[in-house]
Design a protein around this ligand. Structure first.
Ligand SMILES: C[S@@+](CC[C@H](N)C(=O)[O-])C[C@H]1O[C@@H](n2cnc3c(N)ncnc32)[C@H](O)[C@@H]1O
Length: 268
């Protein structure tokens, strides 16, 4: 058994130029959540936890294509929204989606004055940051006293059927995904280094995927982050074997079921 490689998930060159050079990999992962039953809107559920006065100033750290910011703008067009990200490609998509204040940054050094924001969020991104406590302290610094910070991530059990199958086919001792660095299970500790109060809200559910294609697409989208050590041919072989194995499960069970366990740290 070989160990899964773990360095690429925090390599800013890989993140900026490959994994998140544009929104396509992220979209391939987001699309699978259409198969969640009962249906569930993560973005709206997270924003329900973000209490901001009308016209409030909100920072979205690692905003990606700006999905949360667009939803926030629809709730309160008078809010002042800033999208910050490592990837210029992602910031371009955020701008196309209507976010006009976008800033190209690295999360551990934020180019904003103290107390600049009423609220902040960092969704599905702190696991890419190294060191995480430095980013948490920077967010604390740019938030006004009492301002809330939300950080969304997955639990360690999230997608465990999917990961177990890939680990088995790859002969690795586990299928490493970057989110394992900062989960709902271990993420409270680095956040507590910057915030006095850290509470959690959990959204657990299940995907019922009727065909192999969305599952394999999701796996393929992880190439830049989880596929280190594979030549192109080896990766293709693994993806083909995964497609066959997922297809066999669907033939047997009528669907491929995946546990989703995502949550939010609410920090003050
Ligand atoms: C999984 S995507 C999440 C995007 C968005 N928050 C969402 O939930 O839809 C992670 C984003 O974090 C950005 N990112 C990763 N590491 C970063 C860092 N150190 N500083 C700033 N942005 C970073 C990536 O470029 C990418 O857009």
């Amino acid at each position: 058994m070989v160990s899964a490689p773990r360095e690429r998930g925090t390599d800013t060159d890989v993140l900026r130029n490959d994994a998140y050079a544009d929104r396509r990999n992220l979209d391939d992962r987001r699309n699978i959540y259409e198969f969640r039953r009962p249906r569930f809107d993560l973005v709206e559920s997270v924003l329900d936890l973000l209490v901001v006065e009308p016209g409030g100033r909100v920072l979205d750290l690692g905003c990606g294509p700006g999905i949360y910011l667009a939803a926030l703008a629809a709730r309160d067009p008078s809010s002042v929204l800033v999208g910050a990200d490592l990837s210029l490609g992602m910031l371009g998509s955020a701008r196309d989606g209507g976010t006009n204040r976008v800033v190209n940054i690295e999360a551990v050094r934020l180019p904003f004055r103290d107390d600049a924001f009423d609220a902040a969020m960092a969704n599905h991104m702190l696991y890419h940051v190294d060191p995480i406590p430095d980013a948490a302290r920077e967010v604390r610094r740019v938030l006004r006293p009492g301002g809330a910070f939300l950080a969304v991530t997955n639990s360690r059990a999230h997608f465990n059927e999917f990961d177990a199958l890939l680990a088995e086919l790859s002969g690795r001792d586990g299928w490493w995904r970057p989110s394992h660095r900062f989960t709902m299970d271990n993420g409270g500790e680095p956040l507590s280094m910057a915030f006095d109060r850290v509470e959690t809200v959990s959204f657990c559910g299940q995907l019922h995927v009727p065909t192999a294609e969305p599952v394999v697409r999701f796996a393929r989208s992880m190439r830049a982050l989880s596929g280190e050590g594979y030549s192109d041919d080896e990766w293709e072989d693994l993806m083909n074997a995964f497609a066959v194995a997922v297809g066999q499960v669907i033939e047997r069970d009528g669907e491929f079921r995946i546990l989703t366990d995502t949550g939010v740290f609410v920090c003050r």
